[in-house]
Design a protein around this ligand. Sequence first.
Ligand code: KG4
Ligand code: ZN
Length: 349
Amino acid sequence: MKILAIETSCDETAAAVVEDGRRVLSSVVSSQIDLHVRFGGVVPEVASRAHVELLTPVVAEALLEGGVDGKEIDAVAATAGPGLIGSLLVGLSAAKAYALAWQVPFVGVNHMEAHLHAAFLEEPDLALPVVVLLVSGGHTLLIAMEAAGSGSDGFDLSGGGGFPFRYRLLGQTIDDAAGEAFDKVARFLGLGYPGGPAIDALAAMGGGDPRAIAFPRAMREEGYDFSFSGLKTSVINHVRKHPDVEVADVAASFQEAVVDVLVTKARRAARALGARGICIGGGVAANSLLRLRVIEACVEDGIAAFVPSRAMCTDNAAMIGVTAWYRLRADGPSPLDLPALPNLALPFT
Ligand code: KG4
Ligand code: ZN
């Protein structure tokens, strides 16, 4: 089954063709960074208008690269939420139109569930349960992903019917998301937008010392929830007090504090649950230090580390196509009057 998938929840216009929920035949991502950079962040109206212009050529390229004609597409999927409402509406409307024109099912996909699936798309040996750290611009979630059938630690990829996974929410941020903290600190440091990659690059290439400043690690030893807004305030206060501080040191020390808290909690959750591995997903999972620390922690603890390629961590449509395949088999097609759902939550048990 070949699914054409569309992702337009924020500032990337993306389309992909995915076969049988596993094989990515094409994945095209057109970033709008150039359009938003002078505003220091995503401007929703600008994003929606750009999606309208970019979507048709991006879909055409995805079909071409995937070597498929529209007539060979078996279903069309698009992100239904969460995200910016105007941006979501562009992708959803287009997907419904393609589905109607080709007379194939339409599937609305949860963007965060797609980030979760992207985390193990490249891992055929996934053994459950795993602890998943989903860290993006809007979310910081610690999730236990288990096989839906009780008592089984495997899952059925080929059998029909039923959704093979169950998600349990272990913890989440009580204020800023991890990506939001990266973006706000980068903006304060004058590093521009998007902030995560800028801090990552400066910390690594700019020779920043991660031990230069001991920023606070909020709630590091307590439970599974996160808090990043105090850290952001600490960075601002420190720089105001020490205007001559090396920006690379601030970036590296800030990144160290975020990654320390994320990995400490994921690791503690994995031990408590007897998880077989730790998975990371979402834009912040592209962070070099987080990727390294997760691998180190898993090697030490003798469990698997599922660290997807960077392209699979940041927004893309391949992850939408994978999720759509699972959802279509388990739940059937979505109705054509499915609305955009800007605050859509993950379906936790
Ligand atoms: O998942 P994503 O592409 O979009 C959302 O669904 O939000 O995540 C975007 C977030 C932004 O906050 C961006 O700064 C952050 O991911 N990000 C990073 C890195 N690359 C992207 N954060 C830290 N280090 C990176 N290398
Ligand atoms: Zn995302």
